[in-house]
Design a protein around this ligand. Structure first.
Ligand code: G3I
Length: 364
């Protein structure tokens, strides 16, 4: 009995002091479940309207589908985008010395019309090298010319035709993981790629992109050792965390934060470039276990909140926004449902997770 009354007194005292702290201090975060709709009015303002200091974006397919809400959601929700595929070398220079910007230009025009920015690239990615390049395998001089001409031509096309729209270029993708492929023959390939990009347009941010570089480990160390000297030479501004995660490989936020901080300590920004969170899904669209949607929503919430809390995390981009257009089911049988809108373009808990992260008083 005595014990019970001590507990009761304690609770009452705690309640009183908490009450007075709350009435004078900052308002508490009213959000309890970060995956439910904080603003249940239909329609409403998109994610982009909730932030002034973060680029919130998505990869986009080409051409932009016209017969469903794809375009209206894209324009309403996001203030930055990247072409999922049509900015790759195997599309832009599918034939030797013939540059075809048609598909990507249509996306950039859409961005201009809707007051959005874009990321460009990847400029150099071994897996997007066009087939014709293989006839020069091992020819360092020729490959150097091809690479530098490609970077310069592409970047200057966009800085001339759409000035100020592409604000960051993914200069090199996956050198530490997939390797440089045919470009490995180019002496100091990565540094030369960044040098060429800097010279082609000194007014845009340049970044290196990879997967498995989000937390500690061999890839992260490799990436750090690659980017730190480039940063010192003034050739690079940010590192991309692809972040293709899922229920079986979701890193802890504290580990991601540590990597963001470590890059920040040498003056580098971080862009979350390709985030998605895949779920077990027999048909690739609906999750096998509907409860996974809450888990997914919480992760979207936490990851965006972690980015918002890190001053050097400047862009947060998902690899698509609707499960109707996602690479996951095409590449991983039995997985999917990875994005914030479902295949019918309805908002999922993942969407509300992002909305809640952006709505917190501490968000920027
Ligand atoms: O457009 C052609 C179509 O004409 C043809 O009939 C069809 C036959 O396979 O292929 C279509 O192209 C496919 C393209 O996606 C568009 O759907 C390619 O085969 C396919 O390889 C390509 O896959 C893309 C992959 O990169 C390779 O470029 C995925 O959509 C894209 O999501 C994925 O994105 C990468 C990032 O660029 C880098 N990080 C990893 C990420 C996921 O793999």
């Amino acid at each position: 009995m005595r014990k019970l009354s001590i507990i009761l007194c304690g609770l009452i005292l705690f309640g009183c002091s908490e009450q007075s702290r709350l009435s004078t201090g900052p308002r508490p975060n009213p959000i309890r479940n970060p995956t439910t709709n904080p603003n249940p009015t239909p329609g409403g303002l998109g994610l982009r309207s909730l932030t002034k200091n973060l680029y919130i974006g998505t990869a986009i397919v080409a051409p932009i589908p016209g017969s469903d809400p794809y375009a209206s959601i894209l324009a309403n929700e996001y203030n930055i985008a990247i072409a999922e595929n049509v900015g790759k070398m195997n599309v832009v220079e599918a034939k030797e010395d013939v540059f075809d910007f048609t598909a990507q230009d249509a996306l950039v025009s859409f961005a201009v019309a809707h007051n959005m920015k874009m990321q460009g690239g990847p400029l150099i990615w071994s897996r997007a090298a066009p087939g014709w390049i293989n006839k020069y395998r091992g020819d360092a001089a020729k490959l150097t010319t091809i690479m530098t001409a490609y970077i310069t031509t592409v970047m200057q096309h966009y800085s001339t035709k759409f000035p100020g729209t592409i604000i960051a270029w993914e200069v090199v993708n996956e050198a530490a993981t997939a390797g440089l492929g045919v470009f490995a023959a180019v002496p100091d390939c990565v540094e030369l790629a960044f040098q060429t990009a800097r010279a082609a347009d000194p007014n845009v941010a340049l970044f290196y992109n990879d997967y498995g570089d989000e937390t500690s480990g061999a890839t992260t160390t490799k990436v750090y050792n690659l980017v730190a000297p480039l940063k010192q030479k003034g050739l690079l501004d940010a590192v991309g965390f692809q972040s293709h995660f899922g229920v079986h490989n979701a890193p802890r936020m504290s580990a991601i934060k540590t990597t963001m901080d470590s890059l920040g300590s040498i003056g580098l920004d971080v862009y979350v470039t390709e985030f998605d969170f895949s779920l077990p899904s027999a048909n690739g669209i609906t999750p096998d276990n509907p409860r996974d949607l809450i888990l997914q929503g919480t992760y979207y919430n936490d990851y965006l909140a972690t980015c918002l809390a890190a001053p050097n995390c400047k862009q947060f981009i998902t690899w698509g926004f609707t499960d109707a257009h996602s690479w996951i089911p095409r590449f991983f049988k039995g997985a999917g449902a990875a994005l914030p809108f479902d295949a019918n373009y309805d908002k999922k808990p993942a969407y509300y997770g992002m909305q809640n992260a952006l709505s917190r008083p501490a968000a920027r």
